[in-house]
Structures are given as structure tokens and as C-alpha cells.
Design a protein around this ligand. Structure first.
Ligand SMILES: [Zn+2]
Length: 435
């Protein structure tokens, strides 16, 4: 049957085309056979003998390679790049590539990843002298041509962390004066994150507020490579002190706590929708836009584009996830005996928002819509304390979980010693020492 079909196809083909196709098939099979043979011989060679005799053109000592003619090219690894494709693009000969691939430990160079860097040093005849595959700021793989083989090994550079102390008096903003004090951008962003739970940076900051902090700088081989984490910070806002201390928990996660072990994070996010604006506030005597009657507005409305993600404002369990009258598609999350939140008019539910499923703070549970009684796409968000409505914008949120009782004594030791280090720096700086 199959042969018949092929026969009829061939019969219907013009002769000239047929010859071209047949020639093509012969060439393709020849090439693939040849390259297979080639591969077989390479594998055979590498099993038998790790050192491959080099072609004359590659067989050069370092002096003959003319170090003064070396050039180094660093490239960012792109999607679908392989070591072979990168070297080919640089004009490195197939012989040279085969020798590299057959060298011991060449597998270390076979799994290069997109986004990482590779730096290749060649001489003027494009013979590879060395390769440095840079995985991150401290680890990588190095290949070096020594005599007639490549020595390939992975390496890890020494890193050193140094503490940096800064103190800043605010005249305009935390950020602008921070930059003037040469605090790196990433450290300032961390500072804003740590204090963002307690301090509203647009409304609460006053001239004369101040902050001091100790953060780490990561040095690799003595050179600054990364701005590390804030270890401790003190923010004095309108005379009130807020101290935050970084602590690595047994779980391996690091969090910030006050000196007595309270979490600086709150149990609830202030807003369940990013990129939104408040279109209607909590108001117990509101004129309803559709019913045109005085009817309490028991939540806050966040206007946002239809389909914008809605996040759980706190950890909890989904206790309702369905349609409910004027609420439209509604999710209710119970966070504790005392607290629950409601998210209404949803366009769609996220698959994790199923009845009795646990959700984490910040996880997407649904998408903004206008189901139920709504004039346009928005999220109606309610906050309930002990079964009663509360204004989500005014309620004082509880702190997230404090330090666990089993880790508490170790944390307190850590906290005490860091606070005293900070106090030492502060008094030295007060005495005019330039730190
Ligand atoms: Zn509403």
C-alpha cells in the first residue's frame, strides 16, 4: 500500500524535480552517516585515551600561541546557545572544539544557562586558550589550554562580607538624602520595604526625622561585588523609634523583627489590588449608586482594569468561593478566629481559591470584574473583625507571626548584640568620627 502510494507520487512528479530530490536524499544520508561515524570515533577515542593528539595547527605551546595577540570576548548566553555554537560563531575550528569536548571534565561546560556569561580568550588564529564560564559573582568553570590538553575545573572565589554604617537626617525624603549619603539604591528599597508596613512615606515623614542602619557589602577577591542585606536599622519618625533586626530563622528564611521579637510585617496587606485607585470608601451613610437609597457601604472599592489580579491580604482559609446575590462572584477568607476578609464582583476565581483551601498573603485568588450589583469593574473589599464590619483603611492590623518561642532566646541574644553594635556606631558618629 505504502509502496503503491510512493510509486504513484513518483509517477506524477516531473523528471527534473525527481532527480533533484533523489540527489538531496543521497547527500543527506551521506552527511548523516559521516557525522555519525565521526561521533562514534570521538566517543571511542575518549574512552580509550583521555589525551587526544592535536592537529598541527592547534599543537602549540603557550609561547607559540603568542600571548600578546590574545583577545578576550565576553558574551551573554542567549536562548538555544551551546558552547559549540558560541565557539563556532567566534571562528574556532571544529578540530579545536572536538579537542575541548574530549577533554576531561568537559561536561562542566555542557550545561551553560541562558543569562549567564562566558568569556573566551583566543589567539589570532582563533585557537582557544581559555574559557571562563561565569555562573554568578563567585562561582564558575574555567578551561585552560596547558600543553596539548584543556584542564577544566569549577571554581569558587573567596567572598568577604563587610559591615557599612550610615546615618541620615531627612530634610526632603528618605530616598533623596539616602542617595546623597551614598547608600545604594537596593539598600534604600529594602529600607522602604521594611518600614513600609508601619510608616506611610508620603504622609508621615517630617523634616528632622532620621535613620541609621548597618548593611553588608559583599566583596569578591577584595572587590565590591554586591550590596548585601540590611542587618539592623533604626528609623526615628516624629520622635518615635522603630528598630528592625534581620534574623535568619531555622527554616532558612530571613525576616525582620523588632528587638523584642515582633514581626515588622503586618498580618494584612493594606490593599488587595495593585495599580488601582480607591473609587469609594467605607461609609455607613452612603447613597447607593444603583439603588439611589441610603445604604451603608461596608467596604472599600478599588477601581482597576477588568482582569487585574486580586490578592489575599493575609494568610488564611477560603470559607466561601461562589456567587452571592449583589456581591456577584465572592471569595471570603478566614484568617483567624477574629479576622476575615471578602473580595466581591470578581470576574473569575483563581484555581487555588477553592472552598477550604489554604492561601498565603499576597497570593492571587481571583480577578477584578463587575459581577453582581456593580456599575463598572472594581473590587469591593471588606474587612471583618469579630464578625463585624470594619474600615479596611483605618483598622489597626495585627503584626505577622512573632519570632517562634523555640527560636526566641537565640534571637534575643542576636538582637541585643546587634543593637549594641548600632549604638557604638551611633556614638562614634556623634563624636564626629567619619565612619
Ligand atoms: Zn463596594
Amino acid at each position: 500500500m505504502l509502496f503503491k502510494t510512493i510509486e504513484s507520487i513518483l509517477k506524477n512528479f516531473p523528471k527534473k524535480h525527481l532527480y533533484i530530490i533523489l540527489t538531496g536524499i543521497v547527500i543527506v544520508s551521506f552527511v548523516s552517516l559521516f557525522s555519525n561515524l565521526n561521533l562514534v570515533s570521538i566517543n571511542y577515542e575518549s574512552q580509550k585515551e583521555e589525551r587526544i593528539p592535536l592537529e598541527k595547527s592547534v599543537f602549540l605551546s603557550i609561547d607559540e600561541l603568542k600571548p600578546e595577540s590574545f583577545k578576550t570576548k565576553e558574551s551573554l548566553i542567549k536562548r538555544n546557545d551551546t558552547l559549540v555554537s558560541i565557539l563556532k560563531k567566534m571562528g574556532v575550528s571544529s578540530d579545536n572544539i572536538i579537542i575541548l569536548i574530549n577533554s576531561k571534565n568537559s561536561h562542566l561546560l555542557s550545561k551553560i544557562k541562558t543569562g549567564e556569561k562566558i568569556s573566551v580568550t583566543t589567539n589570532e588564529e582563533n585557537i582557544v586558550f581559555s574559557i571562563d564560564y561565569i555562573k554568578d559573582f563567585r562561582t564558575g568553570v574555567k578551561a585552560e589550554l596547558i600543553k596539548d590538553i584543556y584542564k577544566i575545573k569549577s571554581y569558587e572565589l573567596d567572598i568577604e562580607k563587610v559591615k557599612v554604617y550610615k546615618t541620615v537626617r531627612i530634610e526632603e525624603s528618605l530616598y533623596s538624602e539616602g542617595l546623597k549619603a551614598k547608600i545604594p539604591d537596593s539598600v534604600l528599597m529594602d529600607l522602604v520595604y521594611i518600614y513600609g508596613w508601619d510608616i506611610d512615606f508620603t504622609h508621615d515623614i517630617r523634616p528632622g526625622d532620621s535613620y541609621s542602619l548597618i548593611y553588608e557589602e559583599v566583596l569578591v577577591n577584595g572587590l565590591k561585588k554586591l550590596d548585601g542585606d540590611i542587618l539592623i536599622a533604626e528609623f526615628i519618625n516624629q520622635g518615635k523609634k522603630h528598630i528592625a533586626i534581620r534574623y535568619e530563622l531555622q527554616s532558612g528564611k530571613s525576616e525582620y523583627f523588632s528587638p523584642d521579637g515582633k514581626n515588622v510585617k503586618k498580618a494584612f496587606l493594606r490593599s488587595p489590588v495593585k495599580f488601582s485607585y480607591i473609587s469609594d470608601r467605607y461609609n455607613l451613610k452612603r447613597m447607593h449608586p444603583i439603588l439611589h437609597k441610603i445604604r451603608a457601604h461596608t467596604g472599600v472599592d478599588y477601581a482597576a482594569q477588568r482582569g487585574s489580579p486580586v490578592r489575599a491580604t493575609g494568610d488564611g482559609t477560603v470559607v466561601f468561593s461562589s456567587r452571592k446575590g449583589g456581591y456577584g462572584n465572592l471569595i471570603e477568607i478566614k484568617h483567624s478566629e477574629d479576622y476575615s476578609t471578602r473580595y466581591a464582583h470578581l470576574n473569575k476565581f483563581h484555581s487555588r481559591a477553592k472552598l477550604n483551601r489554604k492561601v498565603k498573603q499576597g497570593q492571587i485568588i481571583g480577578y477584578v470584574g463587575s459581577t453582581g450589583m456593580a456599575t463598572g469593574p472594581h473590587l469591593h473589599y471588606e474587612f471583618h473583625v469579630n464578625g463585624k464590619h470594619a474600615d479596611p483603611l483605618k483598622v489597626k492590623f495585627p503584626n505577622a507571626n512573632p519570632i517562634d518561642s523555640r527560636e526566641r532566646s537565640k534571637f534575643l541574644q542576636h538582637s541585643e548584640s546587634l543593637v549594641s553594635v548600632l549604638r557604638n556606631y551611633q556614638s562614634l558618629s556623634h563624636l564626629g568620627y567619619n565612619l
